[in-house]
Design a protein around this ligand. Structure first.
Ligand code: ADP
Ligand code: MG
Length: 595
């Protein structure tokens, strides 16, 4: 075949192959154009999974009559003029490709009106040719109608999935766009039915409402807002508590300068930030916005602009991971929090009404509210009585200063601690909580250098399996870093000569034996110890109080007090929740009191 220059129409169709993967891509490109035109509201209508019709209307700046044909021309854009403009890009589009590409594989009509004009103008593209420009009634803004997608490229049409699947894709795309651009309102109608309708969200409350609508009220209920600026970068958004982790990575949203991305590096940075508080194999849930100087990112790296290139990926990664890690340190018991366990299991149907409960808790935490009336009865009746009858700890001078986790009343079946607080009762999973307390203390004692340690007067010799003895020998350095000195003294015997100071007055034999057994079991399936922290976590787990160990009230209270001051105490080393609260109003509701 002779070499020839491809016809413009064919070039557009080929370009469409890159940009327009499926109907949802059309929606994405059109909505991004609306957002670039400063629209306050964008409405999207879809028929037949987007193959029949995609219509996007906005109230943005509009396009002047004479520029309508240009908007449809290939490589025509109002967003950049020179290569250098890419450096300081502030718009979502810049390639000038979307409209001509879409028009080449569909029947497209573009209608627009600027504020300066008394009416709108409409133009259609038929078989690659731009038709006449006609006047029509239209409010200020732009409407784009795309019908019969892929009608002239049957090969592409074969890749379109069922109507239902394509609708799902469209809904997901619109949700992502809405989470990326809070300042615009969005409405999505599929086959005439409203699927999403969110007003422009300006204040924090509005943004939270949008997040709750799209990510679920439960997510927002278990998430906390973060905002951190450093090194010319700003990270803001919502991180779900580690105990709200998911089996799939399906609730993870990351925007960079208003662009929703799917970027491995960014996802990994967040994951690393969560690593100390999450079960392996679980996925964190989050919505994060990273804003930084546009010169530090290159958006011209992916045809659908789903990936970007950072000038200094290392520093972006570290900034994100440190910010997330730092934020998660604060996940520990506090007044005004309902606990780390998912209470939906306890109070089904009660749902996200938790907010009221939290507000009430926070109000009660303020001293001036102590006299507030509750269900018609004096608030004073609900003051904890534990303070008076167990002199467990000396920290409480008056009933007004009850610590967040209150005072222990009893141990339930050797597993849970029951404590009375100023507003109800608290249940603590004693092993899970103790495990975290020990783990954090072990980490702190390491603190960069070698752990504080204590030599044993008489070494403890332990009979272990051959595999375990080998393991102890092989990992001697790791153990030494944590303050253990362990030698193999025979085929199936080891000696423990030195232990972390934390364990100085404990019977360390069983702990070391359990740790070795555990490591050996996991070492076969998984990469061996991933670092000092993992070994510490294992040590903490085996050193923590086991179920059925009887605790005295002072011991229980000591654990509660430690939880309150321990970083990340809301979850054990494996990411399980450690405590929950049942408030007096909830108990009253259970017993129909005050009705
Ligand atoms: P790009 O977005 O990369 O510039 P497009 O093909 O998507 O390329 O759009 C071409 C041009 O048409 C844009 O640069 C913009 O000037 C104009 N345009 C497209 N959609 C809209 C809209 N909804 N409102 C105003 N102008 C628009
Ligand atoms: Mg565009």
């Amino acid at each position: 075949m002779a070499i020839r220059v491809l016809a413009a129409e064919l070039v557009n169709q080929i370009a469409a192959g890159e940009v327009i993967e499926r109907p949802a891509s059309v929606v994405k490109e059109l909505v991004e154009n609306s957002l670039d035109a400063q629209a306050h509201s964008v409405s999207i209508e879809v028929e037949k999974g987007g193959v029949g019709l995609v219509r996007v209307r906005d109230d943005g700046q509009g396009i002047e009559r004479d520029e309508l044909p240009l908007a449809l021309a290939r490589h025509a854009t109002s967003k950049i003029a020179a290569f250098n403009d890419l450096e300081s890009l502030a718009t979502l589009g810049f390639r000038g490709e979307a409209l001509p590409s879409i028009a080449s594989v569909s029947r497209l009509t573009l209608t627009s009106r600027t504020a300066a004009e008394p009416h709108g103008w409409r133009v259609s593209v038929i078989d690659g040719a731009i038709g006449p420009i006609e006047p029509v009634a239209h409010p200020v803004g732009t409407s784009v109608e795309v019908r019969d997608l892929f009608f002239n490229v049957p090969a592409r049409r074969k890749f379109v999935r069922s109507e239902n699947t394509e609708q799902q894709h469209i809904a997901r795309i619109v949700e992502r766009l809405a989470l990326a651009s809070f300042s615009a309102g969005f409405s999505l109608k599929i086959r005439g039915k409203s699927v999403l309708a969110v007003p422009p969200a300006s204040g924090q409350l509005g943004r939270e409402q949008r997040v709750a609508t799209i990510c679920g009220a439960e997510f927002l209920e278990h998430a906390f807002y973060i905002e951190h600026t450093a090194l010319g970068m700003r990270l803001s958004g919502w991180l779900a508590a580690p105990t709200f982790s998911r089996s799939q990575a399906d609730l993870q949203y990351f925007c960079v300068n208003g662009r929703m991305l799917r970027d491995r590096m960014l996802g990994n940075a967040v994951r690393v930030g969560y690593r100390d508080v999450l079960f392996s194999g679980r996925h964190p849930a989050y919505l994060l916005h990273l804003d930084l100087d546009s010169r530090a990112v290159d958006c011209n790296a992916h045809p659908q602009k789903l990936e970007v290139r950072f000038r200094d990926p290392r520093s972006v990664h570290d900034f994100i991971f440190r910010t997330v890690e730092h934020a998660l340190v604060a996940t520990r018991p506090a007044t005004g929090v309902l606990g780390s366990a998912n209470r939906a299991a306890l109070f089904p149907g009660h749902g996200p009404g938790h907010r009221d409960e939290i507000n009430a808790l926070q109000a009660n935490a303020a001293p001036e509210n102590q006299v507030g009336m509750l269900l018609g009865e004096p608030r004073a009746e609900y003051r904890p009585t534990a303070v008076h009858h167990h002199g467990a700890t000396a920290v409480h001078a008056t009933a007004g200063t009850v610590p967040p986790l209150g005072y222990a009343l009893a141990q339930l079946h050797g597993v849970y601690i029951l404590a009375e607080t100023s507003d109800g009762l608290v249940l603590v999973d004693m092993h899970a909580a103790h495990e975290r307390v020990l783990y954090e203390r072990l980490k702190n004692s390491l603190n960069g250098g070698a752990a504080a340690h204590q030599r044993l007067l008489v070494p403890v010799t332990l009979a272990v399996s051959r595999d375990e003895a080998e393991l102890a020998e092989r990992e001697q350095h790791q153990f030494a870093e944590l303050g253990f000195e362990i030698d193999r003294i025979d085929r199936e015997q080891i000696a423990v000569r030195q232990v972390p100071a934390l364990f100085a007055d404990r019977d360390v034999g069983p702990i070391v034996r359990d740790v070795l057994a555990d490591l050996r079991q996991h070492g076969t399936t998984r990469r061996f110890i991933e670092g000092a922290n993992e070994l510490l976590a294992t040590v903490a787990c085996h050193a923590a109080v086991r179920a059925h160990r009887e605790l005295t009230l002072p011991e229980m209270n000591a654990l509660l007090r430690e939880m309150e001051t321990t970083d990340r105490a809301d979850q054990c080393n494996h990411g399980r929740p450690t405590w929950t609260r049942i408030t007096m109003p909830e108990l009253d509701r259970l017993f129909l009191r005050g009705r």
